[in-house]
Design a binder for this molecule. Structure first.
Ligand SMILES: Nc1nc2c(ncn2[C@@H]2O[C@H](COP(=O)(O)OP(=O)(O)OP(=O)(O)O)[C@@H](O)[C@H]2O)c(=O)[nH]1
Ligand SMILES: [Mg+2]
Length: 234
């Protein structure tokens, strides 16, 4: 897997992760409060959102997944630096007909977003800006951490999206880019790294002490990102 555009300090943290992160069943029964983060996974249908989520939450590769209708929820609780973190993952439907039912509350109070495309499908990659726009339409602020994931890297002979193009798009938004495979067992650790990168970022985020960014500031930030995307020489 290529992990690209990721600050060195995140590499250090992510790659020192191991099974000891997982809470034992003993801990599960303790009434210890955990911080809960809601992560939404979006992207075109068939790109592997459900398989990626399942790989992270359930370890195995999900064979013959059904197309998601509306949204599925999965959770995984971790202990990071002695703190209990529950990731609540909202795996959404990519199909247009179900998207209409993706009502406002799917996006409400979202802490982080994972955009997924399929490296063997150029159209799914070209759909990413629309998904970014969709987030914006649903008032997901520009400060909410986002990651772009190119899935199905195991299908080497069928690749349609070069890493360089994906990197260029990710840079234009200033989002980290990951390429991985939900199917390849050797990639399991790297699938974890995607979610854990977000978990660390969310965990370390200090709430702003001053005023939260105003709506007009948010708009400015989005406008700035859009201008950068428009001038990107991909
Ligand atoms: N080769 C390969 N196939 C994959 C991978 N991830 C998912 N698939 C296959 O891609 C198809 C779609 O996977 P899903 O996880 O259901 O896709 P989705 O994005 O959740 O689709 P919707 O729920 O319709 O939005 C299934 O046939 C999976 O077996 C992968 O990493 N490699
Ligand atoms: Mg699905």
């Amino acid at each position: 897997m290529a992990i690209i555009n990721k600050p060195a300090e995140q590499f250090d943290t992510v790659f020192s992760l191991n099974d000891s992160l997982e809470l034992s069943s003993h801990h599960e029964h303790e009434h210890v409060q955990s911080r809960i983060f809601k992560i939404i996974v979006i992207g075109d249908s068939n790109v592997g959102k459900t398989c990626l989520t399942y790989r992270f939450c359930g370890s195995a590769f999900l064979k013959n997944p059904e197309a998601t209708i509306g949204v599925d929820f999965r959770e995984r609780t971790l202990e990071l630096d002695g703190e209990r973190i529950k990731l609540q993952i909202w795996d959404t439907a990519g199909q247009e007909r179900f998207r209409k039912s993706m009502v406002e509350h799917y996006y409400r109070s979202v802490h982080a977003v994972i955009f997924v495309y399929d490296v063997t499908s150029l159209s799914s990659f070209e759909g990413i800006p629309e998904w970014v726009e969709e987030c914006k339409r649903h008032s997901v602020g520009p400060l909410v951490p986002r990651i772009i994931v190119g899935n199905k890297c195991d299908l080497r002979d069928r690749r349609e999206v070069p890493t360089s193009a994906a990197q260029c798009l990710a840079d234009s938004y200033n989002f980290p880019l990951f390429e991985t495979s939900a199917k390849d067992p050797a990639e399991k650790e790297h699938v974890d790294a995607i979610f854990l990168t977000l978990a660390y970022r969310l965990k370390c985020h200090k709430p702003l002490r001053l005023k939260e960014p105003s709506e007009s500031n948010m708009r400015n930030l989005w406008d700035q990102r859009e201008q950068e995307a428009a001038t990107c020489q991909c």
